[in-house]
Design a protein around this ligand. Structure first.
Ligand code: NAD
Ligand code: TDX
Length: 332
């Protein structure tokens, strides 16, 4: 691997990956990030200067991407527009970054023969019923619901086509919902934690029965490193840590951990087309690559995450008012 280029490394999962790689391996890392509202340079402070570089730029900039691919051994592609609610109000940036951006990177990977790992989501598979015993596997048909998930599905299909048609050395992973430090306060868990920390009530969409399969961002990072290291070119791996929880239970747990009454939250307007349940079967990753998650206890992982937000209000306060203003316009 040697020198790794990480797109979107100033975002939530990308920045966790960068910290993880620099702490646990000898690789050097370059981040390419355009610092949208979701990117934060402050998520990449204190990293070793001899092994870390930050490049401010756009993944759609073919010249810049070409120059960066030329001097890196592998690329891990996290950059995306990532928030479902935003995609329902303004889909265009999702098409631009998730589709055109991924295409631009694939063309560079093709030109330079660079090892490419594409980060994707379980949302490409659509959703499951609450009482369905099934979980998503690598063979589940694609059936995305939102502009966000359909552009991620499109980007996955581009990667598969570039592998088959042009021999690009790529792998894909589809992961479930991540939690941990450095997550933007627009997302479910940090929004509720920071609502309580600012004296406001958590906001639950609809009845809160929707289920997400939570995984700690560090477990996502260890899985991606395993795939980069020993994953088979052309293969897709599902990443998940058996963390199914409904949203109501998560809100109540956050309230408990913050010393509040369990019913101190509001029900707000539901998300249009809201996926009911995601659930990942990660047997392939576990059996073929020997990966095991370390954060098996959601409550203690969540408690650590809450402590991180409590100790880092200078990181999230600048995002909070704008994120809440957007939600207020939507009645959420
Ligand atoms: P995020 O929104 O926190 O971060 C995205 C980053 O990409 C930001 O730093 C942003 O500045 C950067 N970016 C956006 N457009 C860009 C462009 N055109 N050029 C360069 N940089 C650009 O997202 P996240 O939650 O960290 O998600 C990262 C990846 O993981 C995404 O591909 C997402 O689909 C995938 N994923 C996320 C989750 C989750 O739970 N958050 C789960 C599975 C997969
Ligand atoms: O205030 C809220 N109240 C609420 O009930 C918010 C922001 C969300 N929700 C619900 C909607 C979802 O059922 O919580 C659940 C999680 O919501 P998000 O954090 O917006 O995540 P989700 O839509 O599940 O998508 C996430 O996981 C898959 C990431 O944002 C995606 O990038 C990833 O692909």
């Amino acid at each position: 691997m040697g020198a790794i280029l990480v797109t979107g490394g100033a975002g939530f999962i990308g920045s966790n990956f960068v910290h993880y790689v620099l702490e646990n391996t000898d690789h050097s890392v370059t981040v390419l990030d355009s610092l949208t509202y979701a990117g934060n340079r402050a998520s990449l402070l204190g990293l070793p200067e001899d092994r870390f570089q930050f490049v401010h730029g756009d993944i759609r900039d073919a010249e810049l991407v070409h120059e960066l691919f030329e001097r890196h051994d592998s690329v891990v592609h996290y950059a995306a527009e990532s928030h479902n609610d935003n995609s329902l109000h303004d889909p265009r940036p999702f098409l631009e970054t998730n589709i055109i951006g991924t295409y631009t990177l694939l063309e560079a990977a093709r030109r330079h023969g660079t090892r490419f790992h594409h980060i994707s989501t379980d949302e490409v598979y659509g959703d499951l019923e609450l009482d369905d015993p099934a979980r998503f596997t690598e063979d589940t048909p694609y059936n995305p619901s939102s502009p966000y998930s359909s552009t991620k599905a499109g980007s996955d299909l581009l990667v598969r086509a570039w592998v088959r048609s042009f021999g690009v050395k790529a792998t894909i992973s589809n992961c479930s919902n991540n939690y941990g430090p450095y997550q933007h306060v627009e997302k479910f868990i940090p929004r509720q934690i920071t609502n309580v920390l600012t004296g406001n009530r958590p906001k639950l969409y609809g009845a809160g029965e929707n289920v997400r399969d939570w995984i700690h961002a560090n477990d996502h990072s260890s899985a991606v490193l395993a795939i980069l290291d020993i994953g088979v070119i052309g293969e897709t791996y599902l990443i998940g840590a058996d963390g199914e929880k409904n949203n109501k239970d998560v809100v109540e747990l956050i309230l408990k951990l913050l010393g509040q009454e369990p019913d101190a939250y509001d029900h707000v307007i539901d998300r249009p087309g809201h996926d009911m349940r995601y659930a990942i079967d990660s047997s392939k990753l576990r059996t073929e690559l020997g990966w095991v998650p370390k954060f098996s206890d959601f409550e203690s992982g969540l408690a650590e995450t809450i402590e991180w937000y409590r100790a880092h209000d200078s990181w999230w306060i600048p995002q909070k008012a704008e994120a809440e203003a957007r939600y207020k316009q939507q009645g959420q």
